[in-house]
Design a binder for this molecule. Structure first.
Ligand code: BG6
Length: 488
């Protein structure tokens, strides 16, 4: 008889990022981070992430002068900083085996250049990890999830400057030393590929400080610095925590040809190769030849220091993690209709429906991604983000989010098919198991959670937590290790 369960010890759980949940932006000695500059703009089209994420020297100066959190929702998050016990208890009630979370660099090193860490910041994460240990929740920790000290961004223009590699290594080393006894699974950079889509959020790059024609060259150099830092940190973790596992983290942007016209297929192939390139470097320890050729053809040179090639080669990752929300199509037709996705604008696929934010819902694309990644890299896989942003409304004192349940159900079925066909998928963490502030638009109203948080886009609300219908559904999925998917 077919086994309807997921593999034994499958890590079911959820994923969050410090800057989208913690709040307490100026508490406990925390320094200013790039995320504290992110504004919520009430009057713009929320499908246009770039309108929210574009940062200039001027907007930074304005944000620094503003000491409130009114238009800066990431400063308040969902106040996880003060609610973490309650939130972890709710995750335990859902049956979580794991929780992916990130460490705010500025809680540990407020400006990034201190030589000694801020003990109050360390204490906060220690308390969180201790509580997780008590509750038997395995942490998966991201060291850099869309935040870095603003001071490094201003002083060095972020990751463009090689010195930031040392600062990040010092921060990571402290995390490994101090939290290594609690944390086995580490991710270095969240969606390392996103540096081209939003250079400030990902790498602290203030674009207007660079001549437009030099921007791409500088972003590639910053990316190279992140690859090097990632390899150095992988080495540190392996040396200092005996059974540690370090993974890369990719935004899986699955792209299909809109038609079978060979030109559409070629353009699509290139898009997908470009998307995989970031994992290639971290898994294979070198830049793919064709990607390098393409970069050189565009007049870009990446400066390698003496031992860079060796550092990359010797410190590859143990597993691959990725986010998957949507897919898109590609076409040679410049007039083809487009729709937003995760910080991208892709060609609309006529076979798919979309969320309220225009992201195309494609469970089969998740299975295709799993097969493609496993075949390409032959390493264990973790899906560390997946979910749908939706507007939730109370009806009779409850949130009946059957749309969310339907989304997850179809994605989980595709995961199971991929596993049954041989893919080594070891973990699944849904994005935002508790509502949090959107990375792209800084909205609270774009909700992902199984748990509702009573706070709106303007920060008004009680911050009380409520269980949505999907809470009980996911609880059942975890309890039956997936078997529930096939009931009824
Ligand atoms: C991922 C990010 O790309 O997408 C998360 O790693 C983010 O931080 C998630 O929240 C969903 O995007 P958004 O813009 O809806 O929050």
């Amino acid at each position: 008889m077919t086994n309807l369960k997921f593999p034994e010890n499958f890590l079911w759980g959820g994923a969050v990022a410090a800057n989208q949940i913690e709040g307490a932006w100026n508490v406990g000695g925390k320094g200013l981070s790039v995320a504290d500059m992110a504004t919520y703009k009430p009057n713009i089209d929320n499908k246009d992430y770039s309108a929210h994420m574009t940062i200039t020297s001027e907007s930074i100066a304005e944000a620094m002068a503003d000491e409130t959190d009114t238009f800066f929702p990431k400063r308040r998050g969902i106040d996880f900083y003060h609610h973490y016990k309650e939130d972890l208890a709710l995750f335990t009630e859902m049956g979580f085996k794991t929780l992916r979370l990130s460490i705010a660099w500025t809680r540990i090193f407020p400006t990034g250049e201190e030589l000694e860490p801020n003990e109050e910041g360390i204490k906060f994460y220690e308390s969180v990890f201790k509580e997780m240990k008590r509750l038997n929740i395995e942490p998966i920790v991201t060291l850099s999830h869309y935040e870095m000290p603003l001071a490094l961004s201003i002083k060095y223009n972020g990751w463009i400057d090689r010195r930031v590699v040392d600062d990040f290594t010092r921060f990571s080393d402290v995390c490994i030393e101090r939290f290594g006894k609690y944390v086995k699974y580490w991710l270095t950079f969240n969606e390392i590929d996103s540096i081209f889509r939003h250079p400030f959020t990902t790498a602290g790059i203030i674009s207007d400080k660079i001549k437009e024609e030099d921007l791409e060259q500088n972003i590639y150099q910053a990316l190279h610095h992140q690859f090097i830092a990632s390899a150095i940190v992988t080495k540190l973790a392996h040396e200092k925590i005996p059974d540690s596992q370090v993974g890369c983290m990719l935004t899986k942007l699955m792209t299909y040809p809109l038609t079978c016209a060979p030109i559409d297929v070629e353009l699509t192939l290139k898009k997908n190769l470009e998307n995989n390139f970031y994992a290639d470097v971290q898994v294979k320890g070198e830049y793919p030849k064709m990607i390098l050729k393409d970069i050189t053809n565009r007049g870009i040179t990446i400066k390698f220091e003496e031992h860079d090639a060796q550092i990359l080669k010797e410190n590859t990752v143990d597993f691959i993690s990725f986010s998957y929300y949507m897919s898109m199509a590609e076409s040679a037709d410049t007039n083809a209709e487009r729709t937003p996705g995760n910080t991208v604008l892709g060609v609309k696929n006529p076979y798919l429906s979309s969320t309220d934010w225009g992201w195309q819902i494609d469970p089969k694309g998740l299975k295709i991604s799993l097969i493609e990644l496993y075949d390409r890299y032959n390493l264990p896989l973790m899906i560390v983000e997946n979910g749908m942003g939706a507007v939730d409304v109370f009806d009779d004192g409850a949130i009946h989010d059957e749309y969310r349940i339907a989304y997850f159900k179809e994605h989980f079925k595709q995961m199971k098919e991929a596993i049954d066909e041989g893919v080594d998928l070891i973990a699944y963490t849904s994005w935002g198991p508790i509502d949090l502030v959107s990375a792209g638009t800084s909205q609270m109203s774009k909700r992902y959670g199984f748990i509702y948080v009573d706070v709106d886009d303007e920060g008004k609300g009680t911050y009380e937590r409520y269980k949505k219908d999907s809470f009980y559904w996911y609880q059942k999925i975890i309890e039956t290790n997936g078997e529930e998917l096939f009931n009824n």
